[in-house]
Ligand binder design. Sequence first.
Ligand code: SF4
Ligand code: SF4
Length: 537
Amino acid sequence: MLKTKPQELLNIDYKPPKTGWMKTPVDFRPGTWCYSALPKNLRVLGLPNPRDWQPSDEDWKLPPNWKETIIRGFKERLDRFRSFKLFLDICVRCGACADKCHFYIGSGDPKNMPVLRAELIRSVYRRYFTAAGKILGELCGARDLTEDVLKEWFYYFYQCTECRRCSVFCPYGIDQAEITMMGRELLNLVGCNINWILEPAANCYRTGNHLGIQPHTFKDMIEFFLDDIENITGIRIEPSFNRKGAEILFVTPSGDVFADPGTYTLMGYLMLFHEIGLDYTWSTYASEGGNFGLFSSHEIMKRLNAKMYAEAKRLGVKWILGGECGHMWRVIHQYMNTMNGPADFLEEPVSPITGTKFENAKATKMVHIVEFTADLIRNKKLKLDPSRNDHLRVTFHDSCNPARAMGFFEEPRYVLKNVCNNFFEMPEETIREKTFCCGGGAGLGTDENLEMRMRGGFPRANAVQYVHEKHGVNRLACICAIDRATLHSLMDYWVPEVQVTGIHELVGNALVMKGEKPRELDLRGEPLMGTEGGGDV
Ligand code: SF4
Ligand code: SF4
């Protein structure tokens, strides 16, 4: 927990510094940046310049030719990604995005305005790649690439969660997330990266999941929850692992398997699949849906995404069902088909229970668990008792990636309204495509960065506080594993009365299973309303 009290953190100074932005050096204040990546992780990933260093060091131990490397990498990316060049060229500095970033709102630092964050890299683009910038220099907003500029890039590109809220308000649709991704790629070329991103990616290379868990432990962990489910429902579930010939491969972020409250969501998946008799298998090799490549480089993203499809091919399944995750879905929806597709060896997904053809997944062959469940409910295939969630008053956080990258707004709400009786929306300006980020996405959800996370997460927490005070909300639902981890700390700090949940935890509570014993406990082992003293629901 952050030591600074919430009221102190709210003393935000929005006055810009007296010096111009090019003359204001970056200040690596503790609590606002992430530790550097360990050399061992760079070696696993084949990234350059592994060494011991920290961003607060004077000497970053850059390679001797670091400047040439970055300028060359810059040119390669301008040639390869037309969107990057376009975004650098077309900004008219109208300022519509300026106050839309949660990091600016929470910190008051002008370099956290999306327009100025982009200017950090655009100024270098002008200097080396435009005629005006080469001749006029600072007069036209161009500047040399120096070590100080590199440090500024590091600080501010690792203070952007690639959430894309600002792009919703930009009249030209300039996508700051894409600019941040390019900034991080360029930093990677000279070994300037953070451990919270590269360790999970390296672990995925080694064992298939972010936490570096071995296949047998992955299986043991899932089996551990079968006992809990049996205690609550009286039903013993027997999932299968690495089963060739299953109809469906199920992949979810490893956070669901290893950390509360994601584990309760996992119990909900297991109960649902058992109840509908789904012919599916887990994989202990493709044991991660999340993709930290999205936060570091296209090459890593591509490789991590390919693993799920390689496993689907090996097992001979028809299609893939994916769990509640954020960045997994952004990669699937926006990049998979051009990076690794088309997945022609799989079939267009059809629900074996309802017969619904998921035409939206025609290219990727991968269906989101929430749309799968919404379809089951719409076709009346589930017996649900929403009163089992009556001890909860629920609101929904649209996770940035499924919301803004997929337009996935209605299905989660449809499921929630069918499994609980007390659902309340946060204010309109803070949900759906205008949703506020958790403040810890894109690999920034680490403890050394806690002050910045609490600042960046403040707008989201403020909206939760509003529905907590107005409607007594005590549960914040979301469909992203990173959110389930980062919102947990955010609520502890800003609105401690509210706990975080995945949607399938609430589905598991409400699901009336054939042959179950009378339920007295929810999936967290807490008494259901009306059973506090024991007895039937
Ligand atoms: S809203 Fe778009 S065009 Fe306007 S300043 Fe921001 S990025 Fe530039
Ligand atoms: S954190 Fe989100 S709103 Fe802020 S600059 Fe990055 S993409 Fe835009």
